[in-house]
Every structure is written in C-alpha cells, then in structure tokens.
Design a protein around this ligand. Structure first.
Ligand SMILES: [Zn+2]
Ligand SMILES: [Zn+2]
Length: 351
C-alpha cells in the first residue's frame, strides 16, 4: 500500500502522480506556471494577427485564442508534463485591447491525464500588417493580365472570368483589380495565388501564358532584385456563328463552352467538338478575310450541280455531296471564301 505524501491517504501506486494523490496534485502542484498575460498584435485592416515573429491569416477569436493558448501553455508546463489539447471556453472583450478567456487544458503528466481550467488575459496591440501597408501605397509584386485574342467579346465575359478565377483563392493577397478596355489586371502580393489564377485561366479558358519579370530595385540585404512578375494570360475568343478554319476546312461555331467549341463543318454539315487549345497550335484559326458570293442552282446532273453567280453570271460546276444533295434548280447557295479555302453551303435564312 502506498500513501499520498501530502494528505497521507492510502492509494494504489499507479494512482499517485509524483507521490501525490490526484486531488493533492491538482491542489498543490502548479502544473502550469503562471502566465501573466498573452500578447498578440492584430492588423486593424484585415484582421491578420502577428504572433511569435509571424503574421497569420485572419481568423475568428476562438481560433486565434486556441493557437495562442496552446502554444503559450505548452511552453509553460512543469518538467515532464505535456499539453494534449486546449479547449477555449467563454471569452469576452474587457475593452478594445483586452480579451479574457477561460480554457480547459488537457495535460499529460507521467502518463496520467488531467484537466485543468485556467483563465487567460490577452493583451492586444493593433498594427497594420505589411500586406496592408503595401496595399495602402499600391505596391504589388505580381501582376496577372487577362487579355483576349480579339476585342469582340461580350461585355460580361471578362467579369465572368474574374468571378471564376477568384473563386476558391486567398483573396487577401489581392491588392487591386482593374477593369480596362483591353482586359483585366489583377495586382497581388503573393506568387502562389498569382500562379493559381494563371493555372485556372490556362485550364478553363485555354489561355496562353507569358511570364516576365521587371526589376525595380536591388535589395542588398537579400542580395537580389525586387520587382514585378507579370503573367499575361491571352484567352482565345470564339463566338457563336464565327467562321473558323479547323483541320483546313471551313466550319461555323455552333456552341461555345469555355474551353470547348462545337463546330459544324461547312463541307459536310457534321458537328465536331473541338478543344480551343488547338488555337495555339494553329490548327484552329480565325480566317483573316471572309468573302461571300451568291449563286443560283441552274441544273442538277447526276453527281454535278451547275451554279451561276447571280451578279456576274460566272458559272461553276460542283460535286453533289452530303447536305447539298437536295438542291434543285432555282435554289440559292452561298460560296464562302475564307483565306484560301472555299466552300458552298445552302443559303441560310438571313444571309
Ligand atoms: Zn493527497
Ligand atoms: Zn492587414
């Protein structure tokens, strides 16, 4: 039989902690050294908080308190004791720079776990974080420029893109977003976020990325140049009813879905799904020049159709194929010439 060294109560050996019964240990042994107050710096603009030499992203009070208490209590335990977990209980502001909280600390001493409840006072000082200071003077080290291969896109298009790329990224690294006639500029102070945006632009919008770095000054303390890294993301623009050259044949865009097009081949009337990325391999093109001429069907003979230009009287004989099969004399057709490629299609309403 063993006895508590304080109160003399008999106990089994494994119930004693350093010779004390659990009640006496709790009462007489201060497992956690007194912590006068916890100190923390908070950015009044964005709510980031500074602790032990580092700025942390904005978080709610209980989250901040939990990290703070866990770290401070963990460092102030008696030898051989370990903090297992800290649970934040009630907390409240005494004034704008003082916060009081209770915390339940689960502590492990010599392989026995006990719970201690403590009250902590947190002293808050307010100071702008480096990001907010940089932001105030409009400094940025990363620039993402969203640009387009053509200007004739719908007004909402750039904003839709912006909405998509900003979803799910750390917004607090964005310093400014500028809507310009030629596209959108996103200024940031964090490279990881900039690269994530660029990745979305490339994957979802088939953008081609050009990266460049412009040095503004040399930082002797870090031994390197400071400047702005610019990513120019060019997005190919296709719209419904655009005439395209794909696989060297003419097509018309029937549907646009971010990085995919549904193209109808004008030769055959067949539909094909095309990756907009092909634009960058020069396999999918916008013709530089498009001309249209109207012809009238004069004669249908076996496999041939004889056409006559309604204005010049020029005659042409073409082979019957696919969707030209039902033409009969008197019908109108359109000859489309795009760059060096020609095709004849039945006349559409409104042509
Ligand atoms: Zn005792
Ligand atoms: Zn801040």
């Amino acid at each position: 039989m063993w006895f508590c060294i304080k109160c003399g109560k008999p106990a089994r050996k494994e119930e004693l902690i350093r010779g004390y019964c659990i009640d006496c240990f709790r009462k007489y042994v201060n497992v956690l050294k007194d912590i006068q107050e916890l100190k923390i710096t908070v950015c009044p603009v964005c709510g980031s908080w500074f602790y032990r030499g580092e700025w942390w992203p904005p978080a709610s009070e209980p989250e901040v308190l939990e990290s703070l208490v866990t770290s401070e209590a963990g460092k102030n335990l008696i030898e051989g004791a370990k903090l297992v977990e800290a649970y934040i209980g009630d907390w409240k502001y005494i004034d704008s720079s003082t916060l009081k909280t209770t915390a339940e600390l689960e502590i492990n001493v010599d392989d026995k776990t006990l719970t201690v409840t403590r009250e902590f006072t947190v002293r808050i000082t307010y100071q702008k974080c480096p990001k907010c200071i940089a932001r105030a003077v409009g400094k940025h080290s990363y620039l993402v420029q969203i640009r387009f291969t053509r200007r004739d896109y719908s007004q909402d298009y750039p904003r839709d893109i912006l909405h998509t790329v900003l979803r799910g990224i750390q917004r607090d690294s964005i310093i400014d977003v500028k809507e310009l006639p030629e596209g959108i500029d996103i200024e940031l102070d964090d490279g990881t976020t900039a690269r994530r945006i660029v990745e979305v632009l490339s994957k979802k919008y088939s953008a081609k990325i050009n990266t460049s770095f412009r040095a503004t000054r040399f930082d002797p303390s870090r031994g390197k140049w400071i400047g702005v890294t610019t990513y120019v993301a060019r997005i190919p623009v296709f719209r419904e009813n655009d005439i395209t050259i794909y696989k060297n044949s003419l097509g018309i865009v029937k549907m646009v879905d971010r990085n995919k097009l549904m193209i109808m081949h004008l030769d055959s009337g067949e539909l094909e799904e095309v990756d907009i990325k092909m634009y960058w391999d020069n396999k999918l093109k916008h013709p530089v020049r498009i001309e249209k001429e109207e012809f009238t069907v004069k004669e249908v003979k076996d496999d041939n159709i004889v056409l006559e230009n309604s204005y010049t009287g020029e005659k042409r004989t073409i082979k019957t194929r696919n969707w030209l099969r039902n033409l009969k004399p008197g019908d109108h057709v359109t000859l489309i010439k795009a760059d060096d490629i020609e095709t004849i299609v039945p006349k559409q309403e409104g042509d």
